[in-house]
Design a protein around this ligand. Structure first.
Ligand SMILES: NC(=O)c1ccc[n+]([C@@H]2O[C@H](COP(=O)([O-])OP(=O)(O)OC[C@H]3O[C@@H](n4cnc5c(N)ncnc54)[C@H](O)[C@@H]3O)[C@@H](O)[C@H]2O)c1
Length: 398
C-alpha cells in the first residue's frame, strides 16, 4: 500500500464543484480518499453559494469550511495556520471556470488537480502554464483513462518494444446521450457542454475526443505532427459539434485516427483503442477495462486480464491494482491512480524535497496544454475543410 512518506500525515483536500446534482465532483472526492492518503476538509461546491454550503453536508465538510465561492475558500484557507490549511484543490467545475480557479489556486501556492479540458481556450492554457511554471506546485489533469492498470500495461508493452514499430493507432470515444437536444430541457450537463461560452470552441471534441487523443499519446508515446479534422453537428440548432473524425500523422511515420460521437444511439462511454505494431497489435475498451487483447498473426489471440500477480504484468500495471484478479476494478480506481501519483509528488513538495514534474504517472499541465492545442487545431482544420495543420506536443514529458 502506498504511503504519504516522507510527509507522514494525510493530505488535506478542498473540492471546487461537485455540488448537489453534479457529476464528476463526487468521483474526485471518492477517488481522492480511496487509499486513505487524503481527507476532504473544505469545499466551494457550487456556483450558487447557498447550494454550495448545503452540499457540504453530503461530503461531511464542516460548516466553517463550507465556502460560498472559490475566492472565499482561498482567502480563508490562506488565513489558517499551516498545519490546518488545505494542501490541494480539486477542480470539478465546467470548462469556462477552470482557468480562473486554477490560476488563483496556483498563485496562492496550492497544489491542483484539475479536470479536463484544461481551460476554455489556448490563451488561457498558455497563461495557466506560465503561472504553474513560475510556481513549484504539483499540477495534475484528470485524463483518468491513463490510470487503468491495463492501459499502463499496454503502454509498457509499446515502450518495451513488444509490439515492434508502431504503425497505426485508432482511438474511438462513442456516446449516444446527446442524440436528443437535451440542452433544451433541464439537463444542465448538456446545457453547458453545448454552449461555446462555457464549453469552448468544440463540443464533443472538447469533451471526449480530448480524452481519446490523450489516451493514444499515453499508450503509444508517439509524437504528433499534423492533424486533419472534420467536425459535424447533427442535431439541429445545436451550436457545437456532436461528432467528429481526426486523422493524425506522427513524427515516426505512424498514422492515427480519433473518432468521437455523442449521437450514436445506445452507446454509453465506449472509449476504445487499437494499436498496430510491426510485431503485434493490441486493443483495449474501457467498458471492459480488465481485459487487454494482444494479437500476432499465426498465434492464438492473447487475453491479458488484470491480475497483479501474473508474470506478464509489468510492475507499473501491477502497482496500479488494488484488488486480486477477477474482482472488477474500474472508473473510480483508475481515477484514484491519478491521485495516487500526484500525492507522491505533493508529499515530496510539502516536505521540502524536489520532485519531477515530468515522466510521472499522472497527466500534468503539459498534457493539459497539449489537449487544448488538439482542440484548437481540430476546430481550425474542420473550419478549413480538413486542412492539415501542425500539432504541438508535450516533449518534456515523453
Ligand atoms: N475526467 C472525466 O472523466 C470527466 C467526466 C465528466 C466531466 N469531466 C469534466 O469535469 C468538469 C465538470 O463536469 P460535470 O459533468 O461534473 O459538470 P456538472 O455540471 O455536473 O457539475 C459542475 C459543478 O460545478 C459547480 N460550479 C460551477 N461553477 C462553479 C464555481 N465558479 N465555483 C464552484 N462551483 C462551481 C456547479 O454548481 C456544479 O456543482 C468539466 O470540466 C468536465 O469536462 C471530466
Amino acid at each position: 500500500m502506498p504511503t504519504n512518506e516522507p510527509l507522514n500525515r494525510k493530505l488535506r483536500m478542498a473540492l471546487v464543484g461537485g455540488g448537489r446534482g453534479s457529476f464528476i465532483g463526487r468521483v474526485h472526492a471518492t477517488a481522492a480518499v480511496l487509499d486513505n492518503r487524503a481527507q476532504l476538509v473544505a469545499g466551494a461546491l457550487s456556483s450558487d453559494p447557498v447550494r454550495a454550503k448545503e452540499s457540504a453536508e453530503d461530503y461531511a465538510i464542516s460548516p466553517d469550511r463550507a465556502y460560498g465561492s472559490y475566492q472565499e475558500l482561498i482567502e480563508k484557507e490562506l488565513a489558517l495556520p499551516e498545519d490546518e490549511r488545505i494542501d490541494f484543490i480539486s477542480i470539478a467545475t465546467p470548462n469556462f471556470t477552470h482557468f480562473e480557479i486554477a490560476k488563483a489556486a496556483v498563485e496562492a501556492g496550492f497544489n491542483v488537480i484539475c479536470d479536463k479540458p484544461l481551460t476554455l481556450d489556448m490563451p488561457q492554457a498558455e497563461a495557466l502554464l506560465e503561472a504553474v511554471e513560475k510556481s513549484d506546485v504539483v499540477f495534475a489533469v484528470t485524463h483518468n483513462y491513463t490510470g487503468y492498470p491495463l492501459v499502463r500495461q499496454a503502454r509498457q508493452m509499446v515502450t518495451s518494444g513488444e509490439l515492434g514499430e508502431i504503425m497505426a493507432v485508432r482511438v474511438n470515444y462513442i456516446q449516444g446521450w446527446l442524440v436528443e437536444k437535451l440542452e433544451d430541457s433541464d439537463q444542465k450537463q448538456a446545457a453547458w457542454r453545448t454552449d461555446p461560452k462555457r464549453s469552448g470552441a468544440a463540443g464533443c471534441f472538447g469533451d471526449i475526443a480530448t480524452h481519446a487523443y490523450n489516451l493514444g499519446r499515453f499508450i503509444t508515446g508517439q509524437l504528433p505532427e499534423k492533424i486533419s479534422c472534420h467536425l459535424k453537428t447533427f442535431v439541429g440548432g445545436r451550436q457545437l459539434d456532436d461528432y467528429g473524425h481526426a486523422v493524425i500523422t506522427y513524427e515516426n511515420g505512424a498514422l492515427g485516427t480519433v473518432t468521437a460521437s455523442q449521437i450514436t444511439h445506445g452507446r454509453e462511454n465506449d472509449v476504445a483503442i487499437e494499436v498496430d505494431g510491426t510485431k503485434g497489435s493490441l486493443s483495449w475498451r474501457q467498458e471492459n477495462p480488465n481485459e487487454l487483447w494482444v494479437r500476432r498473426n499465426g498465434n492464438a489471440h492473447q487475453l491479458h486480464t488484470r491480475d497483479p500477480n501474473a508474470p506478464f504484468m509489468s510492475q507499473i500495471a501491477a502497482d496500479s491494482c488494488r484488488l486480486p484478479a477477477g474482482h472488477p476494478e474500474a472508473f473510480f480506481e483508475a481515477f484514484a491512480n491519478i491521485y495516487r501519483a500526484a500525492y507522491d509528488n505533493m508529499c515530496l513538495r510539502i516536505s521540502g524535497k524536489t520532485f519531477e514534474t515530468t515522466d510521472t504517472l499522472y497527466p500534468n499541465i503539459y498534457d493539459g496544454v497539449e489537449g487544448m492545442y488538439f482542440i484548437q487545431q481540430s476546430v481550425a482544420s474542420s473550419a478549413d475543410n480538413g486542412a492539415w495543420l501542425p500539432l504541438k506536443h508535450a516533449t518534456s514529458r515523453r
